[in-house]
Ligand binder design. Sequence first.
Ligand code: FAD
Length: 305
Amino acid sequence: MSDPFASLEARFGEALRRDEPLARYTVARLGGPADALVTVRSADELADAVVLAVEAGVPWRVLGGGANVLIADRGVRGLVIVNHARAIRLDDDGQVWAESGASFSTLARKSANRGLGGLEWAANVPGTVGGAVVNNAGAHGGDVAHLLMYADLLDSAQNRALVRWTADEMHYDYRASALKGRHGRYVVLAAVLRLEPGHDPAALNARIEELVAHRKRTQPPGASLGSMFKNPPGDYAGRLIEAAGLKGTTIGGVQISPVHANFFINLGGGTAADYRALIELARERVVATSGVTLELEIELVGDWD
Ligand SMILES: Cc1cc2nc3c(=O)[nH]c(=O)nc-3n(C[C@H](O)[C@H](O)[C@H](O)COP(=O)(O)OP(=O)(O)OC[C@H]3O[C@@H](n4cnc5c(N)ncnc54)[C@H](O)[C@@H]3O)c2cc1C
């Protein structure tokens, strides 16, 4: 049988790794191997990797910071593309352009240093610009939906076709967009945000430090996926899990945080199966005690069942 990754290997050489364990590419520090993995360093490389995978009939998936994905212990079939396309351009008129692999929190801090306001909330949000655009990342009352001018996407169903989607075309909702769940087709190559020029950088940085301190007080440290479940309308997932008596519950190496019950912490040696078991337990108990069906905020990725 011919090697499905041959053309990718010809393009990326030793940067293409086989059977690469994914734990070190995810914030929760777990996950089995990808059949193949390549780290790309520009939007062009990102597009090339996707197009070559499509041509070879290989399933593919982009990983940004791996901050919102729970990767199966059996890993991911096909190609994982780790996105380190990180160029950023800030204009004094408030327009901010970033490649999709740029760190979202770095973008927030650089914008504040230039006196561009509106992205301070993102200094706390792990992951990349691409992940933030797909998920409509948000915190402290801000979100991507309110700032995005447009994103440049590769539509892999149309070879190298580039499309530009505005925030309207993203159909943004709470931690949701038209792109979420459509990882097999569209790739975010770059995004442009509209920020507010003319702010005092010191004031913006002071606001960032306030938000960082608030998070340190209210959210647990350690390897986690951030919020595991979406907050249901008018309530908080953490409150419901706590009310179900699950704070501090541990399965294997993963614990529902005693500090904040919507954070599930990998204590070390935790597996994706441990996470999954805790997710199911939390869902069952919360339905039984509150009648609410919790919806995952994180995404299950890879070879699960
Ligand atoms: C401690 C902690 C705190 C957090 N706090 C917050 C918070 O306050 N607010 C919030 O909104 N989120 C929060 N999160 C979740 C996470 O930071 C966000 O969801 C973030 O936007 C994920 O970005 P990422 O690059 O890590 O995406 P990944 O986890 O790598 O990917 C997420 C999904 O997006 C897809 N994707 C990634 N890049 C691209 C691309 N370029 N093109 C197409 N698809 C792509 C992936 O295939 C996957 O389906 C937190 C997470 C942690 C661990």
